[in-house]
Design a protein around this ligand. Structure first.
Ligand code: GDP
Length: 317
């Protein structure tokens, strides 16, 4: 494992995907680094377009890049929109990585995803489990695109000596999540469902699957702190897992969110909806050894996520 001291102070730093949950958290965290933040909206720059991406990178000359831009979604979005999940993500990462090399970006951090690992991997999943088996089918398209992104970083490091690294966070939740009951990830979808049920006085909330799958949840601001930490201290071909160690069943998650929201009705699990992978806990020995650990409890993070939803989604409606 290679460590280094890459300072972001005074550098031009581009966060691709700054409006999403991961990118916006990285932007907030970068405020403490004394760097010049560069961002572009989708209207200004469509990262799926190679010529646009190259032109923007040449005009703006970032020295460091965080690739937090991706077409993302929950378990149903992943299985029903395979073309978007594969094409958009392959195009975004290929365009940014290649343009970053062309303009001489000193360091790039690519955000992978825990669904890159094989469904049958031994738990907790260490980084070297990658490509030792088949991925979970409900995430296949997204997972394959993210594996290709990691491989691009490795290939550009080997062939061109680019210092491009990959970070693999586990299931994220927090601020700026996509609050959409159909296409969102589980935490945002449940916050919405419980809030609506409480407001409308509903006696039950319908949730997907059996409630028994296990998931590890990482708070957005902790993920951003880990990314900045790794950008500054880690250089290497191997990806680095980022988890919280907080592993619970989907039913326990639902109970936690119901408490946060103040909903006292019944949980109705619909087992005809997919459960997805039964368990997905990351082995975080590598990042712990480098000197980083997550610090936010599930309850504290959930309270912040709900507050963000009330302030930004409910009040804006
Ligand atoms: P995954 O971690 O890649 O499977 O993605 P998700 O965040 O979409 O789903 C996590 C788990 O939560 C799965 O087992 C889902 O079946 C379960 N789940 C329960 N209710 C919901 C819901 O309302 N929305 C979503 N997205 N997942 C739900």
């Amino acid at each position: 494992m290679t460590t280094e001291n890459f300072s972001l102070a005074g550098r031009r730093v581009y966060v691709a995907g700054h409006r999403g949950m991961a990118g916006s958290a990285i932007c907030r965290r970068l405020e403490r680094e004394g760097c010049t933040l560069l961002t572009a909206t989708r209207a200004e720059l469509d990262l799926r377009r190679q010529a646009e991406t190259e032109a923007w990178m040449r005009a703006n000359r970032p020295e460091a890049v965080f690739v937090a831009s991706a077409t993302v979604g929950g378990i149903i979005a992943n299985s029903t929109r395979p073309a978007e999940f594969l094409y958009d993500n392959l195009a975004i990462e290929a365009n940014i990585v290649n343009a970053a090399r062309e303009v001489g970006v000193a360091k790039l951090l690519f955000l992978g995803a825990s669904c890159m690992y094989p469904r049958e991997a031994a738990q907790p999943v260490a980084e070297d489990a990658l490509l030792t088996g088949l991925v979970e089918p409900t995430n296949e398209w997204y997972a394959l695109a993210k594996i290709a992104g990691l491989k691009l970083c490795q290939a550009y490091r080997r062939q061109y000596g680019c210092d491009f690294i990959t970070v693999v966070p586990n299931n994220l939740f927090g601020l700026n999540d996509r609050f959409d009951p159909t296409h969102g990830h589980v935490v945002a979808a449940m916050i919405m469902k419980f809030h609506t049920a409480k407001t409308e006085g509903r006696e039950a909330v319908e949730l997907w699957g059996t409630g028994s799958p296990l998931r590890e949840f990482l708070y957005s601001e902790d993920m951003a702190d880990a990314c900045v930490f790794l950008m500054r201290t880690y250089s290497g071909e191997a990806p680095v897992n980022v988890g919280s160690g907080i592993e619970i069943t989907i039913r326990q998650l639902a109970e936690t969110i119901a408490r946060t929201v103040g909903y006292e009705g019944r949980l109705a699990f619909d087992a005809s909806k997919p459960d997805g992978i039964p368990r997905k806990l990351l082995d975080c020995t590598r990042i712990h050894d480098l000197g980083w650990r997550s610090s936010t409890s599930l309850e504290a993070g959930m309270a912040e996520a709900y507050r963000w939803y009330l302030d930004n989604v409910v009040s804006a409606a």
